[in-house]
Design a protein around this ligand. Structure first.
Ligand SMILES: Cc1ncc(COP(=O)(O)O)c(C=O)c1O
Length: 479
């Protein structure tokens, strides 16, 4: 008990919470077991803690975290919108626990949700066919580029390059490279958009695809999108839409209508599902009619009998004729997809239009309030401010000490000391005012010796070592 009392004080003062195994109260269990000897161990060392001790341990850990449930999270490009608990409740219902290997005849309701979600997403993106299988945006990119590759190869056209603007997300470069393509990097024009002259020069008969985000990572709409599409299509290439910024366009403009052939949807950015963080997420892929036959298998369709008016609608799985195969188990991450389905159905056409309007309004309101240079505009759902003489990473650490989550830093590089800021539609005017006050307070502070963050559980961490030498479990810490 004495030890635990001391550790409570530690955690209260310094944000430190000992591991359960560090609590000096290990019990050794040596119960006789009815299981065969070869399946049991002689003893099991477990921390002997009472329920309150355990509950407090995990509560303290949760309080060290900052989340969208704690306050605004204006991490540009990530679209950290609040996930309403209503959709969590739907996913938690017992009817939702469908085993992925159940026969399709016994999961008609599940298949109906999948089918309708395919249809919703196709309509939202202006695409003809959708696969729900990829488990994240990056996995959607990779899938989409594999679809492009299968298409070219089937036309006897083995192209070798994918063109990507320098300001694109790192996963675009990685997805193209993983699919076996050489990446051609496209510099931006002076206004921050695609440089048409540079694009014409970069696109050749080797170009398999151009990957584009619109609005781009500066929040700018690519006004020349029709010309861009023409340049790519005239060269026999395909136009890929990175759906990370779809939240800006919901219900207003559709990638398919702009000439895009393939796109992915980040449901955790646009449709209020939790961020995957490498865990269970979803990044469905939409394509035009001529690419539908290459999508991952299985997809879901209505059965032939369903076409007759008298029949109840039935759904079945099918394999597209030239499918690239599977990119994930089953039909994707069901419960994440169920949340996206529920969000879209609940908001409806009007609600989705309203979400994009408020996302753009909030970004513009916040941008007007902060005393930092925003070199490119007019911007939509996000803007990239410059921290000026401050180092953007230090600026972000100082914001943590003002109790708010900072924006994305140092990307895109076209803005020096970039602070890429995306408040999302979920924030109220009061929260935006507080966020702006935090920006402005850091901006006017001249504390060059700042040791921020001093109020968080982790101080100024060595990010390079953390990335290169990750210790992801308590075993690693023990070692
Ligand atoms: C512009 C852009 N593209 C692609 C991705 C990758 O998406 P995901 O995190 O779902 O893999 C991100 C993620 O932040 C992004 O911001």
């Amino acid at each position: 008990m004495e030890h635990n009392q001391a550790s409570w004080n530690d955690s209260a003062s310094a944000g430190y919470e000992p591991l359960l195994t560090e609590k000096n109260t290990t019990a050794v269990l040596t119960e006789d077991s009815a299981l065969p000897d070869e399946l049991t161990r002689d003893s099991l060392e477990l921390p002997a803690l009472s329920e309150p001790e355990l509950a407090r341990h995990y509560t303290r850990l949760s309080q060290m975290n900052y989340s969208i449930d704690t306050g605004p999270y204006p991490l540009g490009s990530c679209t950290m919108k609040f996930n309403p608990t209503f959709f969590e409740d739907i996913a938690a219902r017992p009817e939702g626990s469908t085993h992925p290997d159940r026969h399709e005849e016994t999961i008609q309701g599940t298949l109906q949700v999948y089918y309708e979600l395919q249809d919703y997403l196709a309509r939202i993106g202006g695409m003809d066919a959708v696969s729900l299988q990829p488990p994240a945006g990056a996995a959607g990119e990779f899938t989409g580029i594999l679809v492009a590759k299968a298409y070219h190869e089937r036309h006897g056209d083995s192209r070798s390059e994918v063109v990507i603007p320098a300001s694109a997300h790192g996963t675009n470069f990685a997805s193209a490279a993983m699919a076996g393509y050489d990446v051609v990097e496209l510099p931006a024009a002076e206004d921050g958009r695609v440089d048409l002259a540079a694009l014409r020069e970069a696109v050749t008969e080797e170009t398999a695809a151009l990957m584009l985000t619109n609005p781009n990572t500066l929040g700018l709409f690519e006004r020349d999108i029709e010309t861009i599409a023409e340049i790519i299509h005239d060269a026999g290439g395909l136009l890929y839409y990175d759906g990370a910024n779809l939240n800006a366009l919901l219900g207003r403009a559709r990638p398919g209508d702009m000439g895009f052939d393939i796109m992915h949807y980040n449901v955790h950015k646009t449709f209020a599902t939790p961020h995957g963080g490498g865990g269970p997420g979803a990044g469905p892929v939409g394509v035009t009619e001529e690419l539908a036959q290459y999508l991952p298998a299985p997809r879901i369709r209505k059965t032939d009998e369903s076409s007759s008016d008298d029949e109840e609608i039935r759904y079945e799985l099918f394999e597209p004729s030239h499918t690239i195969g599977k990119v994930h188990g089953a039909m994707g991450n069901w419960l994440v997809l169920l949340k996206a389905y529920s969000y879209i159905s609940r908001l409806g056409d009007e609600g989705l239009r309203d979400a994009s309007a408020k996302a753009v309004l909030n970004a513009n309101y916040l941008g007007k309030l902060i005393d930092l240079d925003i070199p490119f505009g007019p911007y939509h759902h996000e803007f990239v401010a410059s921290a000026g003489d401050h180092d953007a990473a230090d600026f972000a650490k100082e914001m943590l000490d003002r109790g708010v989550h900072p924006p994305t830093t140092k990307w895109p590089e076209i803005v020096s000391e970039a602070l890429m800021t995306e408040p999302t539609e979920a924030e109220s005017k009061r929260d935006l005012d507080q966020l702006a006050a935090a920006f402005n307070s850091v901006q006017t502070s001249n504390d060059e010796q700042s040791e921020a963050p001093t109020t968080t559980a982790a101080r100024y961490i060595d990010q390079t070592s953390a990335a290169r030498n990750p210790r992801l479990s308590w075993h690693a810490l023990e070692e």
